[in-house]
Design a protein around this ligand. Structure first.
Ligand SMILES: [Zn+2]
Length: 277
């Protein structure tokens, strides 16, 4: 280790990058792999990022045995990765102790929402129970989900070989991560601009906003619920000012999928079409 050598290596690298310059090309879809050509970045508009955060993970590492913490991370990350894959996220990556997926193309905000609700429902009903049983602990495994949409820039950067990864520059991933940390246990929080898409959606896709009205029963509920029997599931609140969020309001969803009507709601939100029975 020679400090002077490190400094001169960094200077040489900067000199080389300055010579290459930056070239940006536009893509419509999130690529599986970012460009590696010299100086080349891809720019993708309207990317929806879903970020899942393992709640109270600092406390987990501080108070629980290493085996318990390791099992919590394994179950959480594996379950979320499978869900993101099943919802056809174009790109999935782990960041710190959270995991995010990127969706692009028409309807990506709705695919992302259905994926996010599924993630928090699965954590609440499946992952936490299985973890508690296998780890023999009282520590509650819960997740916070955040969603934002915007333009992203991507490039594959790093050293040659395996020490390379996609760098996603732009708001959606950062904002989604911040929103996931603002979410309480098993809540989903989305930005104003994303919620606006849900409010302005087709009547069918607005199923995302309203309850199925069944309250555990079935009759006259679900997608055919009459007006007056249904309530808005989301709560709006002012975004905190100290987190660098660039929107005024955020919107919280506490409800998981209804056990009875979840599948039909999920399908209509993703496809915009009424499920065929
Ligand atoms: Zn229901």
């Amino acid at each position: 280790m020679n400090l002077d050598n490190v400094v001169s290596d960094v200077s040489a690298q900067l000199e080389q990058q300055a010579g290459l310059g930056v070239q940006i090309t536009r893509l419509n879809e999130v690529p599986e792999v970012g460009p590696t050509n010299k100086g080349l970045w891809s720019q993708i508009p309207k990317v929806t990022a879903v970020f899942a955060d393992l709640k109270n993970s600092t406390e987990l590492s501080a108070t629980e045995r290493s085996e318990v913490a390791a099992r919590a991370y394994t179950y959480f990350i594996r379950a979320m990765a499978v869900t993101l894959e099943r919802f056809s996220a174009k790109y999935v990556d782990i960041q710190g102790d959270g995991i995010f997926g990127l969706f692009s193309g028409p309807g990506s905000a709705f695919l992302a929402a259905a994926c996010g609700v599924t993630m928090k429902t699965l954590v609440e009903r499946e992952v936490s129970a299985r973890f508690k049983k296998d780890a023999s602990t009282d520590w509650e495994l819960t997740a916070g989900i955040g969603i934002d949409q915007g333009t992203l820039l991507v490039r594959r950067l790093g050293l040659r070989g395996t020490k390379q990864n996609e760098v996603w520059a732009g708001k959606p991933v950062n904002m989604a991560a911040k929103l996931s940390s603002l979410a309480a246990s098993n809540e989903m929080v989305v930005s104003d601009r994303v919620f606006g898409l849900y409010e302005r959606a087709s009547k069918r896709r607005r199923a995302l906003i309203w309850s199925c009205g069944c309250n555990g029963g079935v009759q006259g509920a679900g997608l055919d619920v009459p007006i007056g029997r249904t309530i808005c599931l989301w709560e709006r609140e002012l975004a905190p000012e100290d987190l660098g969020l660039d929107f005024a309001n955020l919107h919280r969803l506490r409800s998981p999928w209804c056990v009875t009507h979840g599948p039909e709601f999920c399908e209509v939100i993703v496809t915009g079409r009424r499920p065929s029975l």
